[in-house]
Design a protein around this ligand. Sequence first.
Ligand code: HEC
Length: 183
Amino acid sequence: MDRQPKFKPQSESRFFADGNTDRPNPANVVARGRSVEADARFLGEDDHMYRGYSGALGLPDNTQWLRGFPEDVDVSQTFLQRGQERFTIFCAPCHGALGDGNGITKQYGMGATPTFHSDRIRDMAEGEIFNTITNGRNTMFGYADKIQPADRWAIVAYVRALQRAQQGTVDDVPAANRSELGL
Ligand code: HEC
């Protein structure tokens, strides 16, 4: 293994124009195999944006989850549509298109996927949902290596939209459109 043509880390190279064997990261790479705590340290300083909780690193207790969306996140219609698209790819197979836990995996015997339409998950801080996407929970794997932080927030926003959709009342419908409901 010692004697083979290879570049050793941080050594000189006559092949690359900058003289280094180490290559810079291409744009938009996602860190793999690291915890979100490490991402927060390496990628930015914003606890809300990268961790969803404040205070010491590690397993957060219930007082540390941050509510609402990070400052850098603009919850616009486009953002929600992005969240819907990402949700459909990454979450709907288990949680179902409505977030009711009735995804396709249920038909194949995976019965433990919870609905989002329970008081507990409705009341859950946005930061805790973000952390579940990042690090997973029990039998649900984390998605830190597949979904970038901004997209995780877009998914959180879409989860909120799904929850809201199940809680709608006639008051949410503009007066002018109510007749269309046959009311
Ligand atoms: C492979 C199936 C699967 C996929 C895909 C999946 N989940 Fe889950 N999810 C689960 C299961 C199973 C649980 C229950 C874990 C447990 O035992 O607490 C869960 C739990 C949750 C919870 C509740 C956590 C809690 O504290 O009770 C949330 C919120 C959640 N998932 C969001 C998501 C989002 C958002 C996505 C997409 C990024 C996603 N899940 C993708 C299977 C999945």
